[in-house]
Design a protein around this ligand. Structure first.
Ligand code: NAP
Length: 278
């Protein structure tokens, strides 16, 4: 029997046996509200609000959650919130970027990557991570040359992580990372398509693609709201964004960052429609 079109579909992440929902929940806004590029400022959700958000997301079929050491308190908070439900989630974290006292710093040496993953395991109160990505500063090839992906491959062989890849910012880096890992995280949206060649490569070679900034960090939807207020007519920018990204055969999942439960529901509905129509 084919699954009901009202359910959020899942797909394998590239050639792995990890099944992820086609919408993931990005959690920058659970742990960090400094040095971010969202259109409006915000307060971190309370524990009760965050727990409601996660329960709502899970109920709507989201099983993929994206975090990072550089997202402030996101990992520690998730470690508490996901107690007792670890196996219901596919957790993606990162390594290589630190964010302290309002500043990012980067270290992709194998020693640091190992230390970072072991710290993520402690913070997330788990003994394995499903996906770990190198958290690039934009110098993707240099990060790879420093041995960051080799360190993640080693951690995978030791069973601490189930899959690995890299969040990249360049075409050359994205393709180089995909060649030696399971997946990449790339930027691709209605406004920015520079990394499309990375998606093409992944589609051809069975590598997973997680998309970040599908709504251009909220600027696409925010601008549409501003236009509506000023009386301009507007298509549905959320549906247009989802239709656009899911048309590409390389895309595994769209990681959308939100702390608004109503937005989670809208995002899931738009992704279901986009996946059904493509
Ligand atoms: P995004 O998902 O494109 O946009 C998030 C913004 O859009 C939030 O401000 C959110 O506000 C708003 N939004 C979400 N759903 C909406 C809806 N239905 N209607 C109107 N507004 C909506 O951008 P992102 O958060 O920068 O990226 C997504 C995730 O990718 C992050 O959370 C993170 O996990 C990951 N990421 C990774 C990197 C990296 O270098 N690896 C970089 C950036 C992001 P509300 O909270 O009000 O919904």
């Amino acid at each position: 029997m084919s699954p009901s079109p009202s359910l959020l579909p899942q797909v394998p992440l590239g050639s792995t046996d990890i099944h992820i929902s086609r919408v993931g929940l990005g959690t920058v806004k659970l742990g960090r509200n400094q040095g971010v590029k969202y259109p409006t400022s915000f307060s971190l959700p309370t524990d009760a609000e965050a727990l409601d958000l996660l329960a709502h997301a899970r109920q709507l079929g989201i099983n993929l959650i994206d975090t990072a050491p550089a997202y402030g308190t996101s990992e520690e908070r998730l470690g508490e919130f996901l107690l007792g439900q670890r196996h219901e989630w596919i957790i993606c974290s990162k390594a290589g970027e630190e964010f302290e006292q309002g500043e990012s710093s980067y270290n992709f040496s194998p020693k640091h990557i190992k230390h970072s993953v072991e710290r993520s395991l402690r913070r997330l109160k788990t003994d394995y991570l499903d996906i770990v990505l190198l958290h690039s500063d934009g110098n993707d090839l240099e990060a790879i040359e420093q041995g960051g992906l080799d360190a993640l491959a080693q951690l995978k062989s030791e069973g601490l992580i189930r899959s690995f890849g890299m969040s990249t910012k360049t075409v050359g880096g994205g393709i180089a990372a995909a060649k030696q890992s399971d997946c990449v995280m790339a930027t691709y949206n209605l406004a920015t398509q520079d990394e499309k060649l990375v998606l093409d490569y992944c589609a051809e070679h069975g590598k997973g693609v997680l998309l970040k900034k599908v709504l251009a960090s909220g600027h696409i939807t925010h601008q549409a709201t501003a236009n509506l207020t000023s009386g301009e007519t507007q298509d549905n920018p959320l549906q247009a964004s989802m239709d656009f990204v899911f048309k590409h055969p390389g895309v595994s999942a769209a990681i959308i960052g939100t702390i608004n439960p109503a937005h989670v529901a809208e995002n899931v509905a738009a992704a279901i429609q986009a996946c059904a129509n493509k």
